[in-house]
Design a protein around this ligand. Sequence first.
Ligand SMILES: Cc1cc2nc3c(=O)[nH]c(=O)nc-3n(C[C@H](O)[C@H](O)[C@H](O)COP(=O)(O)OP(=O)(O)OC[C@H]3O[C@@H](n4cnc5c(N)ncnc54)[C@H](O)[C@@H]3O)c2cc1C
Length: 370
Amino acid sequence: MARNVAIIGAGVIGLTLAIALAKKGIYVTVYDSKKRASDGAERASGILSKTGLERLHINYKDSVVNSLYGARLHANRVELNVKSKYVQAYVLDRGRLAETLYKDALSSGADVLLGRRMYENDIKDIARDPDSIIVGADGAVSSVAKAFDFPGIKEYVLTYKAEYSRARIEDKHRVDLFFANSVSNRFFGWTAPYSDSKLEIGIGTSNSSKGNSRSAFEKLIKNDLIASMIDGAKQDGAHASLIPLSARKKTVKGNVLLAGDAAGQIKATTGGGLIFGIACAKIASEVIISNINSNVPLTAYENEWRKAYGLDLKLHSLLHRYYSRRGTLGLELLMRTAKLLGAEDFFSKYGDMDSPKAMIKRFFLRGLAD
Ligand SMILES: Cc1cc2nc3c(=O)[nH]c(=O)nc-3n(C[C@H](O)[C@H](O)[C@H](O)COP(=O)(O)OP(=O)(O)OC[C@H]3O[C@@H](n4cnc5c(N)ncnc54)[C@H](O)[C@@H]3O)c2cc1C
């Protein structure tokens, strides 16, 4: 019976899983190549829905740097303004979140070994021990997935983002999202305020597109609205990264599981991976504990996470496929039509960043109530 759990990757997902297992007395070792828990955190943003975060029961409150009430969606000349009376999402400091989870993992009893890059042979060596379970929480380009020949991820988004201080921010509680093929092929650009004067600007482009994300970024910051926000601002840093846009067809093989970006548990519409990744890590922890205590097969993880979140992730993929295939004019028309049909009002009242399933339900319930 397996007794030791080796987690490759001390990102948010690996650490969350380590905390859940260690709290139940399971012997866990986490390996990560980075030297400090917060290293590399600035490569991604930290926008998470309030409702999603509250459901996860993780220690995030000290990492909140801003709250968001709405979003402005731009498609060429059309603008959709969604604004709620209530906080819809938080902007988290990813570095601070990583440090908090690292400390929580250690105090829960997990071993977290930083500065330990795991190569395919190291990972295979651990897997040979019948008493071990391995979890690949090693991100978009997973060595664990490669070592055990898991099915690939079909589409990625290449991202480029930069942070600016002394930016001119009209409303720090709103993000701006820029859709249109002329801006980004199959994804979007964004501005996200961290405070009254600190702004993040980023863009993603599909790995199937010809241009790169850096040149798309250079073009994005010439947009009149964005140019006025960073006129006189100072760029503090810039980072390129990767977002997987689809789940792998298989996430369990023998005593090896994948979680988070390594599994592709991410919303294809926004590239947000934390809410679903953490939720799936919780399922992984429950299945691993049942496997150790009562021999429940590890394949239960695959069934359970797909049952809980598979439909929502599929709906995100369908939505992404739908809008990303419209040309610039098609998107403009789509947005104009949505506006005429009252989308601003509907999303302001019923918008749910995580669950299209819940939104569709509310749409029909509202229809019945009307
Ligand atoms: C530009 C950008 C913006 C984003 N914005 C948001 C957002 O606003 N909200 C949101 O929810 N999500 C967002 N995401 C997605 C989110 O960042 C990821 O879904 C999340 O970080 C996945 O966590 P993870 O722990 O699975 O992987 P990662 O955060 O990638 O962590 C993997 C860890 O594994 C380690 N590792 C990898 N290979 C090895 C190895 N061989 N040996 C040892 N260690 C290894 C790495 O060092 C790393 O620490 C964004 C992503 C990007 C790129």
